[in-house]
Design a protein around this ligand. Structure first.
Ligand code: NAP
Length: 470
């Protein structure tokens, strides 16, 4: 079997790689296990030096790395460059903050009849990372930077359509100075994930991807009693209330739906608009969506490139076709262009009803669904009325309403009057079928730690707990 890197803008195969054999998989896990024994004994300062070297490389080679990503999965070159820069920043963030996030936390010794008691965060070993192609660098780095800084090591099973990016990421950490095996890409298909996860040397797994893949990995991990973090799909609501700055909301809405060619887990997907501003918002939104330029992702003038895979485009097309067949109206887009590449235009669909697939499924392409509501209560009911709960976005200048949304929305994040995104400084993750666990911030680095209780009684040193090297 082989894995191919195919240019989504042309359909041309760029490179093909043999999948790893059983022997190569076993050796990679062995190298990861050996690397863990070394890495856990290094200091935060040592690891921070290597992490900063990785960031420096990302910054220095940003143009070449971004081109590789654009050729491999079709995002615009501008978006790929922004992704590289975000990755470098996250590496620097964890290089700077890991020791503080993992510092010992003293407890009230007297309350637990100790002379000294504290919580210590320690690494747990090799973690399998199953990752998607949509942000092929960022999804991996937001796991890898905290994991390596904690002293864990990573085994990367990247999506099958981005093997070049997978191999690059392995090389990035190796050349930055991390021990051989500290971050091992495995060129394997999804069927071999179970084989890796049940290996006793692998201690945990993180998966970013679809609900189906999450369920499958969680099932194996559950049987093996291994911890998982799951970052799954989303169908984020974008709610516009009467007091909103409608023009600004419409402009951000188009970006929020079409960023990354419409393939982002936290893209706004369902546009829930109060009747008082529905017509004004829809008119401005459709105008902005229609004005976006679809085309060659290498061209600076392009806003929306192709979808990453042929199947991805077929899925989106079928979801729109299903809605139209059941009575929905297409306000713009809705027809794939002729010619090579897996392009699909920015599309707005109105008059959705619960019997349509778009009502309940995630749409992973530049297609927006419009919903008209008459009240706050109706907006909340619709926004929360899916199986997902990843991000959410609200536009209102009414302060009391802002607070209510922050409480009532069933989602891992609520962004008010600005686009939903991720920052290393804030936790990221979902509720309901969007997954569990958190990435980024201090929460992200502690997910794969042994949160160890240390209790010391009489005859032990009463020294203050502090930062430790491991
Ligand atoms: P996907 O098909 O689930 O693939 C993601 C990864 O899981 C790939 O490495 C894939 O390998 C692997 N995989 C697929 N089925 C598997 C199985 N049964 N067992 C083990 N591994 C399996 O998802 P995708 O189409 O690449 O990505 C789109 C989805 O990811 C969307 O739902 C999106 O919302 C979600 N996503 C979520 C987040 C988040 O942070 N919550 C971020 C980005 C994307 P192969 O490529 O070899 O199949």
């Amino acid at each position: 079997m082989f894995m191919a890197s195919v240019n989504p803008a042309t359909g041309e195969t760029l490179r093909a790689f043999d999948e790893h054999t059983e022997e190569q998989i076993d050796q990679a896990i062995g190298r990861a296990d050996a690397a863990y024994r070394k890495l856990r004994r290094t200091s935060f300062a040592q690891r921070a030096g290597w992490m900063v070297a990785a960031a420096d490389r990302l910054d220095a080679d940003a143009d070449d790395i971004a081109r590789m990503v654009t050729f491999e999965m079709g995002k615009t070159l501008a978006a790929a460059k922004a992704e590289v820069a975000k990755c470098a920043a996250a590496c620097r963030f964890y290089a700077e903050h890991a020791a503080e996030f993992m510092a010992d936390e003293p407890a009230d010794a007297a309350a637990v009849s100790a002379t000294r008691a504290f919580t210590r965060y320690q690494p747990i070993g090799p973690v399998l990372a199953v990752m998607p192609w949509n942000f092929p660098l960022w999804q991996v780095i937001r796991f890898a930077a905290p994991a390596l800084m904690a002293g864990n090591v990573g085994l990367l099973k990247h999506a099958s359509n981005v093997p070049q990016t997978a191999l690059f990421l392995g090389e990035l950490f190796r050349t930055a100075g991390f021990p051989e095996g500290a971050f091992e890409p495995l060129l394997i298909g999804s069927k071999q994930v179970e084989r890796v996860l049940i290996d006793p040397r692998v201690r945990a797994a993180t998966l970013t991807g679809s609900e189906r893949a999450g369920r499958s990995v969680a099932e194996v991990a559950g049987r093996e009693l291994k911890k998982t973090v799951l970052e799954l799909g989303g169908s984020d609501p974008f709610v516009v209330m009467p007091s909103a700055d409608v023009d600004r909301a419409a402009e951000v809405a188009a970006t929020a739906r079409c960023q990354n060619n419409g393939q982002s887990c936290i893209a706004a997907k369902r546009f829930i608009v109060h009747a008082d501003v529905y017509d004004a918002f829809t008119e401005a939104f459709v105008a902005t969506m229609s004005a976006l330029r679809m085309g060659d992702p290498l061209d600076d003038a392009t806003d929306v490139g192709p979808l990453a895979t042929e199947q991805g485009r077929t899925d989106v097309e079928e979801q729109v076709r299903d809605a139209v067949a059941k009575g929905a109206r297409v306000l713009c887009g809705g027809q794939r262009p002729d010619g090579a590449g897996w392009f699909y235009p920015p599309t707005v669909v109105a008059d959705l009803t619960p019997n349509m697939r778009m009502w309940s499924e995630e749409v992973f392409g530049p297609v927006a669904g419009m919903y008209r509501v008459a009240s706050y209560e109706e907006a909340i009911e619709l926004a929360n009325g899916t199986s997902f709960g990843l991000g959410s976005n609200v536009w209102t200048r009414d302060e009391a309403e802002q607070e209510r949304f922050a409480v009532d929305l069933d989602a891992g994040s609520v962004f008010v009057n600005g686009m939903t995104t991720s920052y290393p400084h804030l936790p990221f993750g979902g509720v309901k079928n969007s997954g569990y666990g958190r990435e980024l911030s201090a929460w992200g680095i502690r997910e794969f730690c042994n949160i160890k209780t240390v209790w010391m009684g009489e005859g032990t040193a009463g020294a203050d707990a502090g930062a430790h090297t491991e």
